[in-house]
Design a protein. Structure first.
Length: 425
RNA sequence: GCCGGGGUGGGGUAGGCGGUUAUCCUUCGGGACUGUGGAUCCCGCGACUCGGGUUCAAAUCUCGGCCCCGGCCCCA
């Protein structure tokens, strides 16, 4: 019988786990300095939580099942919807705005490819019930600062505003559904398909030309002047532009000045309502997008009261990829204790336990190998010290401590040993 | 789903135009260096995805299944 790891999943060994925990720790600390606190939702939810949000077609990409009580459940394919559900169930009546963050794994039944896994992790946050350019700027600042804290170079923040684009479509009286479709194509960046669709939908030449111009507009905040020129009499879009300007100004106060205005960012999701942003690491090619976010309204879709949220999520695995951390030989244990003779095993056990109680990670030679082999193993473990318990030393109330890095050795009084070692670890 | 590549000792690989003892590195176990290692040497454990076919003979050719990886479609 051959049992192996399911397709699209990964095993993480010691060194990689250590790296992931480290990144996780930096993100937690940074989010918490912005006043966010962690929430956790179940790994499986009701299936309809996801179909209501994204449509029936996603069922084919969801790991779903009927439980023993006949309920249709699903392994969560993303975390935005569970967070909205949690808010609606538990926090709807609480004072606003509410800041929360989350970290967890998601599951999708899709064809794996480079960087595309069936189990993947997201680290994200939501600021619920306080939409304003100031709030939005702070969310973007948090995303940017997190990456700076991690020491990531070469990332680009791209910011768009759906209100500008929807203001044009609204003036053409394009129905909601068609607008959503158009947004999807814009997000895809397929210019030809967009032209074809706008023609099919019979958007006026003026608006069509304007849309094409806008989605190709990219650059620093100064391009907003160009955008204003393009917009002319589209009053709804101008209002959104004003909002965008306010965001830009506020970002400056947060110290965020390195970003791209990019109206081609549409996110392709119908529940987004205003600011949208994505973060890229260009050198990663097809997997360059490590973060997506913006302002949206989802709770109403699930039957709650209308409330807008601004948030984002890092693709944790993409982020790890971008950081490219080395998996150096890691120290499995600080101290390796070796009984030189069988008679010294009890003492070796006592020493090991004392070290552990003092917060020093320690392991004991349990295989009965000779000293030579045991020392070799200590090296394999990357142990900083080896402690040798021999009959001679024990008789004298001492213990031999070998520094594995310096290849030096000393004999210490038994009762001073723990403190000495602890002080050097 | 379509296209392409692949599946060889615990890990990584060579072999692949058929030849009958399957290569190399590494991991692991034992031994030699006489209570002390990171080197070296010796011995050992351990393998050709499953099924069928062709053949005196198949890891090597062929048919089918299963599995994995990459590209496309899709990507909440």
């Amino acid at each position: 019988m051959d049992i192996s790891r399911p397709r699209g999943t990964r095993d993480f060994l010691f060194a990689e786990m250590r790296n992931r925990k480290e990144v996780e720790g930096v993100l937690r600390r940074t989010f918490e300095t912005y006043g966010y606190h962690e929430i956790k939702t179940p790994i499986f939810e009701e299936l309809k939580l996801f179909t209501v949000k994204s449509g029936e077609e996603v069922v084919n990409q969801i790991y779903h099942f009927t439980d023993k009580g006949g309920r249709e459940l699903a392994l969560r394919p993303e975390l935005t919807a569970p967070v909205a559900r949690l808010y609606m169930n538990e926090m709807q009546k609480k004072p606003k705005p509410i800041k929360m963050y989350y970290f967890g794994s998601c599951f999708r039944y899709e064809r794996p490819q480079a960087g595309r896994f069936r189990q993947f992790w997201q680290f994200g946050c939501e600021l619920i019930g306080g939409r304003s350019p100031l709030a939005e700027a702070e969310v973007i600042s948090l995303a940017s600062e997190s990456l700076h804290e991690l020491g990531l170079d070469g990332f680009e923040v791209h910011i768009g505003h759906l209100g500008i684009l929807r203001g044009i479509l609204g003036r053409e009286e394009i129905p909601s559904e068609l607008q959503d479709r158009i947004m999807g194509v814009i997000d895809k960046g397929d210019v030809e398909e967009l032209e074809a669709l706008l023609g099919e939908v019979e958007v006026s030449g003026e608006s069509r030309e304007l849309l094409m111009k806008l989605i190709g507009t990219q650059g620093g905040p100064e391009v907003l002047d160009d955008v204003e020129e393009y917009l002319g009499g589209y009053s709804e879009s101008l209002e959104a532009l004003e909002e965008f300007r306010e965001l830009v100004e506020t970002l400056h106060y947060f110290g965020v000045d390195d970003y791209h205005v990019n109206l081609g960012i549409a996110r392709g999701l119908d529940y987004y309502t205003g600011i949208v942003f994505e973060i890229y690491v260009p050198e990663l090619g097809a997997q360059k997008q490590i973060c997506g976010g913006g302002t949206y309204n989802l709770v109403e879709t699930f039957g709650g009261e209308r409330v807008e949220s601004t948030g984002f999520a890092f693709g944790f695995d993409r982020l790890m990829n971008a950081l490219g951390m080395d998996e150096e030989n890691m120290r499995m244990v600080d101290v390796f204790v070796i009984p030189i003779q069988d008679s010294t095993v009890p003492e070796a056990i006592r020493i090991t336990q004392e070290l552990r109680a003092a917060g020093v990670s320690a392991d004991l030679e349990v295989s009965g190998r000779k000293l030579r082999k045991a020392l070799s193993h200590a090296d394999n473990l990357g142990a900083r010290f080896a402690v040798l318990t021999g009959e001679r030393e024990i008789q004298d109330g001492k213990v031999t401590v070998k520094d594995m890095e310096r290849n030096s050795q000393e004999t210490l009084p038994r009762d001073e040993m723990v403190d000495k070692i602890k002080g050097r670890c």
